[in-house]
Design a binder for this molecule. Structure first.
Ligand SMILES: NC(=O)C1=CN([C@@H]2O[C@H](COP(=O)(O)OP(=O)(O)OC[C@H]3O[C@@H](n4cnc5c(N)ncnc54)[C@H](OP(=O)(O)O)[C@@H]3O)[C@@H](O)[C@H]2O)C=CC1
Ligand SMILES: O=C(O)CCCC(=O)O
Length: 484
């Protein structure tokens, strides 16, 4: 075994269906590699249609008992899961860095962040309130209740292998739903370790299953099944559209957390040191592989040169390498295809007149390491202005007026996160309201927290995760009209 864990039983090579750890029926497996070293970490089951149907049947049966539990009982199980996640934070972080590549400090942070969703929704389980409405009739009462949606399916990405699962599974379980998760093929080990701890916490058989394997086969059955009443997905807009179409015949409730093209605007009145710190956190976290990463830096004329100088100094201080080693701040990209996409976008921008301020190519370390990069003189006609970079490249645009910045910021099909730095209070309100985004960071490059509603508008998706809104995605409203 390449990974030395305090609790080696967290490294699973089986899937959890109906409370049983299982191989694929045909015995097929998928390899899981360390993106920093190329080493084979593990082989996990390559499951398909038959195993997915089995998981749905188990989730349907388990739903009856799980939804009948009191909110307090479900909350207690989630509290126990939260405690176990934090108790095993170090092992879970080691697994995450090995399969995903992010620096260990970020992995430890993600485990705490993932656990915070479990804690938050353990608390929210007790607050799924209904209401009474003043009746238009003298002989009838109007009562509104909230009920668990039923069996849910979650399809999750590799960039946050733990948090993208807990922010779906925890509200589902809190509301009384059962859920089947298909994690990304690059990062199944974190998902399986989370399931192991959920089982230890007392989550009953069938309430939470994890299937690794063929995305199309598993996704096809989950989306076609009339038993599955909700799909929650985080990933690319392209796949989100496919899944939405597949869910259409059975009209499922859907949450889609899709791609972004976040503008990060620095106005002349910004605190420049704070803006650089925010840009570094927003752009280079997870080596630029988050859907809320600053994708375009828009900088006003008056501070352009000073901002670029400070940003360049900060970027050149980043340390690229194997995230398991001390002091590394930038891990590899997830795979070669990810680097090729970054190379294409940078190549096209340079061919059209952009300039490399720093970086601009693959790292000498080889594999999927890419140099932290800043591009200057970037223009709106370039692909990098329109597409999600998902890598450590900051394209910088220059603007003159507030109106121009708002127009440039909104000139995209996406609407997930936006950021701006300014101190004038009037400007802060004007710009906050004008940005067509689901989330806006004002003088803050980090916005993610379990207590706030996370989600986008336009082609960035539907629904919200976290906050009070997060559990609403897993309940249906029922209206009772009671004559007396
Ligand atoms: N919003 C976000 O947070 C994310 C955005 N992205 C964006 O998407 C780009 C591509 O990344 P990629 O990993 O390919 O993202 P995908 O959207 O392809 O993958 C996300 C998840 O969807 C699954 N999936 C893919 N195709 C299907 C399908 N037909 N039916 C059911 N499930 C499916 C994947 O499974 P499997 O791994 O088995 O293929 C994975 O679990 C990135 O460069 C980035 O721009 C990517 C990840 C997260
Ligand atoms: O990239 C994503 O898919 C979500 C960003 C993680 C977060 O900040 O919550």
């Amino acid at each position: 075994m390449l990974l030395k864990l305090r609790d080696p039983s967290l490294l699973k090579n089986l899937c959890l269906i109906d409370g049983q750890w299982q191989t694929a029926d045909a015995g097929a497996t998928l390899d899981v590699h360390n993106p920093a070293t190329g080493e084979l970490l593990a082989q996990v089951p390559k499951m398909g249609e038959v195993e997915t149907r089995r998981a749905i049947d188990a989730a349907q049966q388990a739903f009856v008992l799980w939804k009948a539990k009191t909110a307090d009982q479900r909350s207690a199980v989630l509290q126990q899961w939260f405690a176990l996640l934090m108790q095993h934070q170090e092992d879970l972080a080691q697994i995450m860095t090995a399969e995903q590549g992010k620096p260990l400090a970020e992995s430890r942070g993600e485990i705490a962040y993932a656990a915070s969703y479990v804690q938050w929704f353990a608390e929210e389980a007790r607050r799924v309130y209904g209401s009474t409405v003043p009746s238009p009739w003298g002989n009838k009462k109007i009562v509104v209740t909230k009920e668990a949606v039923g069996v849910c399916a979650a399809i999750t990405p590799w960039n946050f292998p733990a948090a993208m699962i807990t922010r779906k599974v925890a509200p589902a379980l809190a509301a009384g739903c059962t859920i089947i998760v298909k994690p990304a093929q690059q990062t199944p080990l974190s998902a399986l370790a989370l399931a192991e701890l959920a089982q230890r916490a007392g989550v009953p058989a069938g309430v939470f299953s994890v299937l690794t394997g063929s995305a199309r086969a598993i996704g096809g059955v989950l989306t076609a099944s009339p038993v599955v009443r909700k799909l929650t997905f985080t990933g690319s807009t392209e796949v989100g559209r496919v899944l939405a179409a597949q869910c259409a015949p059975t009209l499922k409730k859907m949450s889609l957390e899709l791609g972004g093209n976040a503008p990060f605007i620095v106005f002349d009145d910004a605190d420049l040191d704070a803006a650089v710190e925010g840009a570094m956190a927003s752009k280079y976290r997870n080596t630029g592989q988050t859907c809320v990463c600053a994708n375009r830096l828009l900088v006003q004329d008056g501070v352009y040169e000073a901002f670029m100088q400070k940003l360049k100094t900060a970027v050149q201080a980043l340390k690229v390498g194997n995230g398991a080693e001390d002091g590394i701040t930038q891990g590899p990209l997830i795979d070669d295809a990810a680097v090729e996409k970054v190379e294409e976008l940078v190549g096209e921008a340079l061919a059209k007149g952009a300039q490399v301020i720093t970086g601009g190519k693959r790292s000498a370390l080889g594999r999927s390491f890419y140099e932290p990069t800043i591009l200057g003189n970037v223009q709106s006609g370039m692909r990098i202005a329109k597409e999600e970079v998902f890598g450590p490249v900051a394209p910088v645009f220059r603007f003159t007026s507030e109106q121009e910045a708002i127009r440039m910021a909104n000139d995209t099909e996406f609407g997930l996160a936006a950021y701006f730095y300014a101190r004038d209070v009037g400007r802060v309100w004007r710009v906050s309201e004008a940005l067509e985004y689901g989330m806006v960071g004002i003088n803050s490059g980090i916005i993610s927290t379990a207590v706030a509603p996370f989600g986008g508008v336009k082609q960035s998706g539907l629904g919200r995760e976290g906050g009070a809104a997060g559990i609403e995605e897993y309940v249906s409203t029922k209206y009772l009209c009671m004559g007396y």
